[in-house]
Design a protein around this ligand. Structure first.
Ligand code: ATP
Ligand code: MG
Length: 596
């Protein structure tokens, strides 16, 4: 296994890894193959990152393969926009870590050969995901094979065409504590079922008129085994399969067979599928398939605090205009987090570090924020920026005079480098680094007080200048240039050190200050999650930045000293008009609105 320097800690073991390891030890499979199977009905979110890192992580540890497969059996809610975003997000998250495990297939829906026993067999082999001829897997590429399998089920008396409406089907199904009733169409002959199912495929019947159902047990304590639907009629085109079909397989039917066709060994999903597992196994067993069967394992979803991890609800935030889009930097989507400046390595570290369990719980968002800070601390250069400026005049410097000072770029590095910063007669400091009436133990700038301007010198506040309305217009100070680095009084100590930028050479930039999107830890529990939106989740300011940031490209992260980590917005920022996203503050300063 290759070592990834950006993810120092190997994934801790867990019950799924233990199962895989035991299967490997027993020589059960020639190669471990997992899959990440999103439905392309929305953008991926932080919860999906956990599934991606688990599936790709296992493939990586076992020298195996993880297929990216679109579970695209419900064309009504799906779209190519989602397909494209998911490919982008997965590739971003695994880049430099598990690229070599990414299972892609040759482009285009290749026909699946039908073997001598009349059953389709797998055609798929790994192809380099970087080949121009590669694309992810699509369940819809198997529609022909799935149809052939359905004919086999019908021929064996394991499936029948049912004419009950959706509502009647629900009524007949019963309830968990009450057995269901057999459909009146359950006893149809094989010949009639074959003819009707072929008619369904031809488009002989309108939407909802008929369905194909598995013939299992209407009295089963597991409602998923009460003759579940395998196919329904939907006269709609499909984003990947085009107009070829007017019947579509249901998730449970398509998923196990897609896993089988791809040679998946371990089909890892979340806990809501525990009750579906007997159906997964039933379908595969009934078909008496020639190759080793995949097995399903379930783990608890990742649900971080103060976020939603439901594509449906996230879509609602987008369509209601609560956020600017799926990639709004406040969204818990991978594209939102990336745009905000969260490194993929931090996300991987977080989702791996929280472990894999069988119990649903809410994960403290502070763990995520810690992982982000930790990554950025090592990788981001320091810069000076002032978000809410107040002007300060150093009266003993001449207008136009520039005193060049050295600032450290990367104090974490073994070989720190520096850059020049300009000390000029007029500078900006942060308005809350000054208090006209200071509280006790206030060590920043106050009347008659001294502070050090970081990387420059100690200054003393002499005079506060106000306009006619009483608003402060400038603070007049004296700079003690002998306290600069290398000067005789460089070691003189004062209690406060503040950041600043030259008012003469600084540049302006829009800075977007993000906070949590929700004001409660479990917005999913609210009847109406729109009512717990944090009204202060975005504040925009015009900040003053040191000139070295001029012309910066998009997507670059810096630590603005004493403020946090800020990344140029990859969408809105231009070299001549910078826009920064606050990726994260330096420490946790969260207070719930109205709370402590
Ligand atoms: P949603 O209900 O928001 O649409 P989903 O679970 O239906 O989400 P899928 O596209 O089906 O989304 O998810 C793809 C894979 O990601 C599935 O295997 C699913 O189990 C897993 N997954 C989804 N949400 C989470 C989560 N919060 N934590 C871990 N894995 C998740
Ligand atoms: Mg799903």
């Amino acid at each position: 296994m290759s070592v990834d320097p950006s993810s120092p800690a190997p994934a801790p073991s867990d019950f799924i890894r233990d199962i895989v390891a035991a299967d490997v030890a027993a020589g059960k499979y020639a190669k471990i193959v997992t899959r990440f199977p999103p439905e392309p009905n929305g953008y991926l979110h932080i919860g999906h990152a956990k599934s991606i890192c688990l599936n790709f992580g296992i493939a990586r540890e076992q020298n195996g393969q993880c297929n990216l497969r679109f579970d695209d059996t419900n064309p009504v809610k799906e779209d190519v926009e989602y397909v494209d975003s998911i490919v982008r997000d997965v590739r971003w998250l695994i880049a430099g870590w598990a690229d070599s495990c990414l299972g892609f297939k040759p482009r285009g829906g290749k026909p699946i050969p039908v073997t001598s026993n009349g059953q389709p067999d797998s055609y798929l082999g790994p192809v380099s995901p970087d080949s121009p001829d590669a694309e992810p897997f699509f369940a819809s590429d198997y529609f022909e094979a799935l149809y052939a399998y359905a004919l086999t089920l019908i021929r064996n008396g394991d499936a029948y065409v049912c004419d009950l409406s959706a509502k009647e089907t629900d009524e007949y199904r019963g309830a968990p504590d009450q057995p269901g009733r057999d459909s009146p169409w359950r006893g149809r002959s094989v010949a009639e079922n074959l003819a009707l199912f072929e008619g369904m495929r031809r488009g002989d019947f309108p939407d909802g008129a008929r369905s194909l159902r598995a013939k299992i047990d209407m009295a089963s304590p597991n409602v998923w085994l009460r003759d579940p639907l395998l196919y329904r009629i939907r006269h709609v085109p499909h984003h990947h399969a085009g107009n070829a079909w007017c019947i579509y397989p249901l998730y449970d039917y398509a998923h196990c067979l897609s896993d089988y066709l791809e040679g998946i060994t371990h089909s890892i999903c979340t806990l809501e599928f525990v009750d579906h597992r007997p159906l997964y196994d039933w379908i595969l067993e009934k078909l008496r398939l020639p190759r080793a069967l995949p097995h399903q394992y379930e783990f608890a979803k990742l649900v971080p605090g103060y976020t939603l991890v439901s594509k449906r609800k996230l879509l609602h935030l987008v369509t209601q205009g609560i956020v600017s889009g799926w990639d709004d930097p406040r969204m818990p989507t991978l594209s939102g987090l990336r745009r905000r400046g969260v490194p993929a390595s931090a996300l991987r570290r977080f989702v791996t570090g929280v472990g894999v369990t069988k119990y649903d719980s809410v994960t403290d968002i502070a763990l995520f924020e810690h992982a982000v800070r930790d990554e950025l601390n090592g990788s981001s250069e320091r810069r000076l920026a002032v978000l809410r400026p107040i002007k300060l005049v150093l009266t003993n410097l001449a207008p136009g005079e520039i005193v060049s000072c050295e600032a450290t770029n990367n104090p974490q590095s073994d070989t720190p480098t520096t850059r020049p910063v300009d000390l000029t007669r007029e500078v900006y400091i942060e308005s809350d680094d000054f208090a006209e009436v200071p509280p006790p133990k206030y060590f920043r700038l106050k009347p008659g007080g001294e502070v050090r301007l970081k990387y420059a010198c100690i200054i003393k506040l002499d005079e506060i200048v106000k306009d006619a309305s009483g608003a402060i217009t400038e603070l007049r100070c004296t700079a003690d240039l002998t306290t600069r680095s290398g000067q005789p009084n460089a070691d003189r100590k004062v209690k406060g050190t503040i950041h600043w930028v030259s008012a003469t050479t600084c540049i302006d930039a829009e800075v977007r200050l993000y906070d949590r999107l929700f004001s409660v830890a479990e917005p999913a529990r609210e009847e109406d999650f729109l009512r717990v939106i944090n009204p202060k989740s975005l504040e925009t300011v015009t900040a003053k930045l040191e000139r070295s940031l001029a012309g910066l490209a998009g997507g670059v992260c810096h630590q603005f000293e004493r403020l946090g980590y800020f990344t140029t917005d990859p969408v809105a920022s231009r070299p001549d008009r910078l826009v920064f996203n606050r990726t994260i503050t330096l420490k946790d300063a969260w207070t719930a609105p109205g709370g402590k």
